[in-house]
Design a protein around this ligand. Sequence first.
Ligand code: BT5
Length: 318
Amino acid sequence: MKSKILNILKSSDTYVSGEEMSKKLGISRSAIWKHISQLKNEGYVIESITNNGYKLIETPDILTYDEISQYLHTQFVGRNILHFKKIESTNKYAKTIANESVDGTVVIAEEQTAGRGRLGRQWVSPQGKGIWMSILLKPDILPTDAHKLTLLTASSVFNALKEYKLDIKIKWPNDILINNKKVCGILTEMSAELNKINFLVIGIGINVNIEKSEFGDDLKDKATSLKIEIGNDINRKKLTAEILNNFESLYLQFLKNNDISKALEIARNNSALINNYVEITTPQTNYVAKVIGIADDCTLIIENNGKIERLISGEVSL
Ligand code: BT5
């Protein structure tokens, strides 16, 4: 109902009376007023004048379904969006609601107070400056194929960012870089049995409108944002939808024909690693190797001391 009221306000450039809305929607005028109050709480600036009605003056920069759906072309990914002003971590939350939530649910927060990277590392997620979201999926694939979805997600983000015409590279397995600095990180987590995935949560963090001065000393030299690279604010709503649109299109292809070739092509053609010497860190050791390519199963092909090896995941630094 709140969305319907918002749509009526959005499509009118004059005042809409409470009575008119109450007739149209079949609810009382006090119910209309309650929904208007909720919208104001979300940040919509709505002017109300006695005898005249309500007028939408300003729409907030928030990543709710009401704001994103105008750009969304998906069948199911992002059709249920759970939006939070502040949360510990969207991945953590998505895992707690996974069993009772529909496939394709997206959890989005304006701010994360305990955003996480891999191995429990911190992910900096300031309020209203990025896209901090998690996609919940329930695919009928083998747990051993789950890592392919990290690559597929990276390729989706790449596709969505392509229009900005920047020097964007995918750093296998889970980073997107602009001018060699990290603009996006992906964290895929799953709950699975040996042969069956219960659910997957794919967390995507993108630095959108963060200023250079807002990165702490530890990140200043290795992180960037779209705003830093482009020089002006970017529409987070459109970008969020574009990522979900691109993701669903690659994901459906993968589910239907087990075909990941398109995502692989993007990851290969725009790889930050291929043909470079990198340092690989495993829990046991670290060593330098040359990256040869990305295999059809999405593992990284490296040449280590003359031997060709494959990595399924890992810490790779340039
Ligand atoms: C990642 O881990 O890159 C995965 C990041 C996933 C974040 C999303 S946001 C929505 C969802 N909810 C969550 O709680 N997480 C996901 P990793 O490869 O381990 O990289 C972590 C490292 O990146 C840190 O140790 C920092 O050095 C660096 N880092 C932290 N915050 C950053 C930021 N905002 N931008 C760039 N680099 C950052």
